[in-house]
Design a protein around this ligand. Structure first.
Ligand SMILES: Cc1cc2nc3c(=O)[nH]c(=O)nc-3n(C[C@H](O)[C@H](O)[C@H](O)COP(=O)(O)O)c2cc1C
Length: 379
């Protein structure tokens, strides 16, 4: 595979860590970066919170000095605010790459016309993308777009949105092969990624959805012809997947198969990095809880110990619990592989009343739209 080129950025291994709210902070990205070679996107932040300079936004865009490029994802619904947020990022030299999030399927967001249902309003989508590119261009910072296929199978937007983004000057587009209605159910539609790759010919097209192993990444490239892959849930509790991905793209079949001792070591290190990141042991360990089920998937841990790990509240307690594991346990194979993280069933997207009637944004919708930015929580 040739390197992935995102504007001036060259990514030797064409692999991107998907932005995941509550997961891909500086601590987790460090573990991924140490394992492999790719592009590692931070957690999403909202354009409004950034422009208002919320402390949480500045936590999200905190990068370690050795983290290059600094990849930031912005979610927004208003072209002026998105433009202002991107301007802040580049003028204050806080990002080397800006990704725009059009993938969020959460009802709180879609009911106001935000996230994955926004590209339906083609004028609004184009204005947001143009505003971001216009703000980033003077600094030479590339902007990319991450999206879903559309609202549902009857209201697909991805090919048109991909072409619009290309025309607006974005450096790459990424497609999660699901609609908003699919939520995280079923399997990602890799045929759609192939279709987008056929349509969008001037910039790289990245494929996203259901890569659980290095083999899946190669299979997606073979199936779709995409220029790179975006990996989300597959690396939850497995930051070393990036080592497998680097090996696979280099033509090697070397894979990391950690025994429980190694996994426990990574968990401990992750927790320490989280304490550094949050500057607050209590908060850091609370944030670590959700990672426990992912790390120990497939290993024999025992119900009681598993439950206690999921409630861990200090580094001392974590050490005590990790010490109770049967650390000589080898890699469990298949039991620790395959799907993990968010799943669920399809949901009919909740849309603003009359949203589907027109592909252009009316004044009524414009007035309500800002509320689509209030409680967004991912993609
Ligand atoms: C916990 C979680 C948080 C997410 N947060 C974001 C986000 O902030 N921005 C975004 O564009 N997508 C977000 N996503 C979607 C992922 O980036 C990715 O598109 C999706 O999980 C499909 O890829 P996968 O099958 O490799 O997981 C999130 C997904 C999960 C599971």
């Amino acid at each position: 595979m040739p390197p992935l080129r995102i504007g001036p950025i060259t990514v030797d291994t064409p692999v991107v860590l998907a932005p995941m709210a509550g997961v891909t902070n500086a601590a987790f990205r460090r573990l991924c970066r140490e394992s492999g070679a790719g592009l590692y996107v931070a957690e999403m932040l909202t354009s409004r919170a950034l422009v208002e300079r919320s402390p949480e936004s500045f936590r999200i865009i905190s990068f370690e000095p050795d983290e290059v490029p600094r990849s930031v994802q912005v979610y927004g619904v208003d072209p002026a605010t998105v433009g202002a947020a991107v301007r802040l990022l580049v003028e204050e030299d806080r990002a080397d790459h800006v990704d725009l999030n059009f993938g969020c399927p959460v009802p709180k967001v879609t009911r106001r016309g935000g996230g994955a249902v926004l590209p339906w309003k083609r004028d609004l989508f184009a204005s947001i993308v143009r505003a971001a590119v216009g703000a980033a261009q003077p600094a030479g910072v590339p902007v990319t777009v991450k999206m879903r296929k559309g609202i549902d199978e009857d209201h697909l937007t991805y090919v048109e949105a991909g072409l619009t983004a290309q025309d607006a000057g974005v450096a790459a587009v990424a497609l999660h092969g699901r609609t908003a209605a699919d939520y995280y159910s079923g399997t990602a539609d890799w045929d759609a990624i192939a279709t987008l790759k056929q349509a969008v010919t001037d910039i790289p097209v990245l494929g996203n959805g259901d890569i659980w192993s290095a083999e899946d990444a190669l299979a997606m490239v073979a199936h779709t012809g995409c220029d790179g892959v975006v990996v989300g849930r597959g690396c939850q509790g497995r930051p070393w997947l990036f080592a497998d991905l680097a090996a696979a793209f280099a033509g090697s079949d070397a894979r990391i198969r950690p025994g429980l001792r190694e996994v426990a070591g990574v968990v401990r290190r992750h927790a320490e990095l989280m304490v550094d990141h949050f500057g607050d042991e209590d908060k850091a360990l609370r944030e670590m809880r959700k990672h426990m089920a992912w790390y120990f998937k497939g290993y024999v841990v025992g119900g009681e110990l598993r439950a206690q790990l999921g409630l861990v509240s200090s580094l001392t307690q974590l050490d005590d619990l990790l010490g109770q594991l049967d650390l000589d346990q080898p890699y469990p194979g298949e039991a620790s592989e395959g799907p993990r993280g968010r799943a669920g069933s399809p949901k009919r997207p909740i849309l603003p009343y009359g949203w589907l009637d027109s592909r252009e944004l009316s004044e009524d919708f414009r007035r309500d739209l800002h509320e689509a930015e209030l409680s967004v929580s991912g993609g």
